[in-house]
Design a protein around this ligand. Structure first.
Ligand SMILES: Nc1ncnc2c1ncn2[C@@H]1O[C@H](COP(=O)(O)OP(=O)(O)OP(=O)(O)O)[C@@H](O)[C@H]1O
Ligand SMILES: [Mg+2]
Length: 257
């Protein structure tokens, strides 16, 4: 059994089949790409896997220490606790909280204290505050954000906000990290740095990373294998070089948008 097994998964919005009979297997410790033209269903697939949407049909099963768990219909927070974390195509941070607090809130989710305890700084919050703060700064350092801890998240430039989102996702100690266009809006330097970071965290944290990205050089550079969606259906799966030569993929991109 794979770490995550996606079987015949579909999502319809009215008459539109946004995701249609998709089958994907994710193993431990790999870096997988998910590509496809605009509107192909990539974000919808992430939303199905992380509990934002309930599938119209099909199954998502995860292998955990306690055996196989069906994720269909589970709340996003439950799915997060089981080990799936994600970033959003449209950045979702607490804009008015500091960089540090944004990470602390995510760490607290993992370590049992609630959101308000961390924002309002109740006594239970102070008990392990220092420990969590050290961990938060450790994570921020990986993404070179450690000097910005006191800055409000909304004041960070776009590229740094995207990196902060990844830190928040990592803080929940995922087994699988889903990144939805992490390089969107970044300049080539930032993209190159991010490419290295994604490679590094996948190895160092011993996790599986699934990457949606329109920047083909990033995808081809870091992914071991790639799935391609078009109009909700999987049209190809293979190594970067197989995907680059696949006639259906070339047609989807040339004929696509
Ligand atoms: N909540 C929704 N209600 C209705 N239609 C939706 C909803 N979410 C997505 N769709 C539609 O489903 C299809 C797939 O959208 P999705 O956002 O998953 O594509 P995508 O591959 O992530 O595209 P992009 O590369 O532009 O981000 C699109 O036609 C979109 O308009
Ligand atoms: Mg999308």
């Amino acid at each position: 059994m794979s770490l995550l097994s996606i079987q015949d998964l579909s999502k319809n919005f009215g008459g539109l089949a946004a995701v249609s009979n998709v089958n994907i297997e994710l193993e431990n410790n790999e870096l997988v790409g998910l590509i496809g033209p605009n509107g192909a269903g990539k974000t919808t697939l992430f939303n199905l896997l992380t509990g934002v949407y309930v599938p119209s049909s099909g199954e998502v099963k995860m292998t955990t220490e306690k055996g196989e768990v069906l994720l269909n219909g589970k709340e996003p927070s439950v799915i997060n606790e089981l080990g799936l974390a994600r970033t959003f195509q449209n950045i979702r941070l607490f804009g008015n909280l500091t960089v540090l607090d944004n990470v602390l809130v995510a760490l607290h989710t993992k370590h049992g204290a609630n959101f308000w305890a961390s924002v309002l700084r109740t006594p239970s919050f102070y008990r392990n505050r220092q420990e969590l703060e050290e961990r938060a700064i450790e994570l921020l350092r990986i993404f070179n954000l450690q000097d910005l801890v006191k800055e409000k998240a909304k004041n960070l430039p776009y590229g740094q906000q995207r990196r902060l989102e990844i830190v928040r996702a990592l803080a929940t100690e995922p087994k699988i990290l889903f990144l939805d266009e992490p390089a969107a809006g970044m300049n080539p330097n930032e993209t190159a740095e991010l490419t290295e970071l994604i490679r590094q965290i996948q190895k160092d944290f011993d996790i599986t990373v699934v990457l949606i990205e329109h920047d083909m050089s990033l995808v081809m550079n870091v992914c071991e294998r790639i799935y391609v969606l078009e109009y909700g259906k999987l049209i190809a799966h293979g190594t970067p070089s197989e995907i680059q030569q696949n006639p259906a993929v070339i047609k989807a991109y040339l004929g696509g948008e």
